[in-house]
Design a protein around this ligand. Structure first.
Ligand code: ADP
Ligand code: MG
Length: 672
């Protein structure tokens, strides 16, 4: 089998499960092998029934008190059983799993692992895994990979498919021998095996190192590839006029911060320079990047050149569109919007307007890449929240013009030393200052016992017309049951709040239209409490939202939490951020408390570097930092340095050659 083959070829994957895999962006065997675990879990010591806490995943050892039996539960069939240990009794339930009956002999000591639910004095576990004593002891000695899942796909199913694929797939490895020897790296094939089937921790650690090195190398080579293209071309889009930009500045209700002025000057210098601009603008959340984009695009339009702004989500694109239209209308500059959920007619109308020059400024999502979109004289490309875009996509867009200027705006602050390594080939601007008059967001770190108080707090603020975001790490109930999910949580809140408070839900698997509808309802205040995954992380601006509560805060990186916190505190009212810790760990508490002290994203990233250091290999990776698949820029900073050192030794031709090799090898892997 080849890595480019469809996953359907893997034994055990049929049409139906292929659809589920697609939800996880897994289409080919290569995608499957690169669906790396988010981290690893250790099987912990069994506890007594009396020691279990509601909502945690635990293992309990016990003996059946009576034979397990099937019962009907609505349309689903359920198996129920009850066990006891020296401290008490616990009920067990399985849905649609008749086969477990055979695994439940009377009188035998068994271990059950699952999520604990406590109601009054009764304790129960739903869909627990069943182990014999020996099997469990064996598990306690090894790591278990934790994958991102979707409903209908279990850990076991993914693990099985991956090991099937590993057994029969030919895995090309383009890493030069010399590098492998110099760095003592595993072969790619062995690295895949060790990351998915961790038998020996030290080998798995080596696998993570090798794969991180590869990812960084790809990243660095793509950056170099882009830069090389730029340096070959002269600047064919000089932008020297700024009447419109000055007009906008005069119309703004505020003055630019000193940092904004400095960055703007840097950009203007590039726009009038010898080569096309290639600049990264790193700015903390709320530091005012959008207006910088607006001013640069206004200069572009004034020269009769077209420019575009690409946003990672439709919601953000629409938000930018509304702002730009309002600001540019007085100057007679047209703005077009290109997003996935538009009708064909709307879309056609926009595309015609772009070609005719009616809309020199275009705002959109990935829809901007499509072949049908033609820009007359595309001179400036701005990418908002860059790490969500692939190099390939970016190139597609660049090719629509003749080496347009490129400005990439990122709100993921990373420590300066790392930024220099990652983006050394680009010019970097920093927006490290917040517009002055904002009130700091009051932040607290609490555990689940605080929930009733938090709900009361949210309710009181809703009564005053203020709005709340509640963030959950998961979308729906899956085997990864330790985190809260949007669907069940919203149900719970609706029960809790009753009719007077409207609760809405939002997550990445909803279609564009539904997402827009929910977000515009939220922006208009028709929804008071929005339960969402981190899709709200980037860019959304609803100044009337004053509370953000993050469930399972331990599952997010500090920078991601800082981004989330940036969703509130955007208006004049006092705002609050409640970080709800889903475990009892003191270490987590300490890590989260960095956010109580620090308000600046760069300072937070530095703290994160110190706290996590290179180490912590097997913990569950927090989502939200930069979107590398295996690598963690902080944990794997040493591999970044190694990749930097090795790629720096390559001549331009060699670098270009390796870049093309890597792209050919795993096209979909190049995602920055
Ligand atoms: P981000 O950098 O996170 O993209 P935005 O561009 O969305 O931030 O700006 C956040 C908010 O700050 C917006 O409401 C914007 O109008 C406001 N803002 C931007 N610059 C200033 C400034 N110099 N003074 C006051 N408010 C500003
Ligand atoms: Mg922004």
């Amino acid at each position: 089998m080849k890595i480019t083959d469809s996953v359907i070829k893997v034994k055990g994957i049929g049409q139906k499960s292929a659809k589920l895999y697609e939800k996880l962006d897994i289409r080919t065997v290569g995608d499957l092998l690169c669906h790396f675990p988010r981290g690893y879990e250790r099987y912990d010591m069994p506890v007594l029934v009396s020691q279990t806490e509601d909502g945690t995943v635990r293992t309990v050892e016990g003996i059946l008190t009576a034979a397990a039996k099937p019962v009907a539960a609505g349309s689903r069939r359920m198996i129920v059983a009850r066990i006891r240990d020296i401290s008490g009794e616990m009920d067990l339930r399985w849905f649609n799993s008749p086969f477990v009956l055979k695994q439940l002999p009377l009188g035998r000591k068994l271990l059950f692992r699952g999520k604990i639910s406590r109601k009054g004095r009764s304790v129960s576990m739903v869909q627990p895994e069943i182990y014999t004593e020996d099997a469990y002891r064996a598990r306690m000695r090894s790591l278990r990979p934790v994958y991102s899942l979707t409903a209908g796909l279990s850990h076991n199913a993914i693990a099985k498919a991956v090991s099937e694929a590993l057994a029969v797939t030919e895995i090309p490895d383009s890493m030069p021998q010399s590098i492998r020897r110099k760095r003592g790296f595993l072969k790619l094939e062995d690295a895949y095996r060790a990351i998915h089937c961790p038998e020996d921790e030290s080998v798995t650690k080596e696998a993570i190192k090798r794969l991180s090195y590869d990812e960084f190398t790809r990243f660095l080579l793509s950056m170099r590839h882009l830069k090389a293209g730029i340096l070959r071309e002269p600047n064919s889009f000089l932008m020297e006029k700024h009447t419109v930009a000055d007009g906008i500045l005069a119309a703004l209700p505020y003055e630019l911060t000193a940092a904004q002025k400095r960055v703007l000057a840097e950009i203007i210098k590039d726009l009038c320079g010898a080569y096309p601009m290639q600049r990264l603008l790193q700015g903390d959340v709320g530091s005012g990047k959008t207006v910088i984009a607006l001013l640069a695009l206004a200069m572009c339009a004034e020269e009769g050149i077209s420019g575009c702004l690409m946003a990672p989500t439709e919601v953000l694109a629409r938000q930018h569109f509304a702002f730009f239209t309002k600001m540019l209308a007085p100057f007679g500059i047209g703005v077009a919007l290109l997003v996935g959920s538009q009708t064909k007619t709307e879309r056609k109308r926009m595309e015609e307007g772009i070609v005719s020059g009616e809309y020199p400024i275009v705002i959109g999502t990935h829809a901007l890449f499509q072949d049908s979109v033609e820009f007359p004289k595309l001179g400036l490309v701005i990418v908002d929240e860059q790490h969500r875009f692939g190099v390939k996509q970016r190139e597609q867009l660049m090719r629509k013009g003749e080496m347009p200027h490129l400005l990439i705006m990122s709100a993921t602050p990373i420590p300066r030393t790392l930024a220099m390594m990652l983006y050394g080939d680009m010019d970097i601007s920093l927006l490290d200052e917040q517009p002055a008059e904002r009130l700091p967001v009051k932040t607290c770190v609490v555990d689940r016992s605080y929930r009733p108080t938090a709900y009361r707090f949210i309710k009181e603020h809703a009564a005053k017309g203020e709005q709340t975001y509640v963030i959950c790490p998961l979308i729906e109930e899956s085997e990864d049951s330790e985190g809260e999910n949007v669907t069940d949580y919203a149900r719970k809140l609706r029960e809790e709040f009753g009719d007077e408070i409207t609760v809405g839900t939002l997550h990445g698997q909803m279609n564009g239209k539904d997402k827009n509808a929910i977000l515009s309802d939220f922006a208009e205040g028709k929804i008071s409490v929005l339960v969402s995954t981190t899709v709200v992380e980037v860019g959304i601006n609803v100044p009337n939202a004053t509370i953000i509560m993050v469930e399972n805060a331990e599952r997010f990186g500090l920078s991601a939490l800082h981004q989330l916190r940036g969703r509130v505190g955007r208006g004049a009212k006092q705002s609050y951020c409640i970080l709800m810790q889903g475990n009892e760990s003191e270490e987590t508490k300490e890590r989260l408390s960095v956010l109580l002290r620090a308000r600046n994203g760069f300072a937070i990233a530095e703290e994160d570097l110190k706290l996590r250091g290179p180490g912590d290999f097997f913990g569950i990776r927090q989502s939200g930092d930069m979107d590398f698949a295996v690598a963690d820029i902080i944990r794997d900073a040493d591999m970044l340095a190694a990749a930097k050192e090795d790629t720096a030794l390559l001549s331009d031709e060699e670098a270009e050659e390796r870049f093309h090799l890597l792209v050919a090898e795993r096209d979909s892997l190049v995602v920055y």
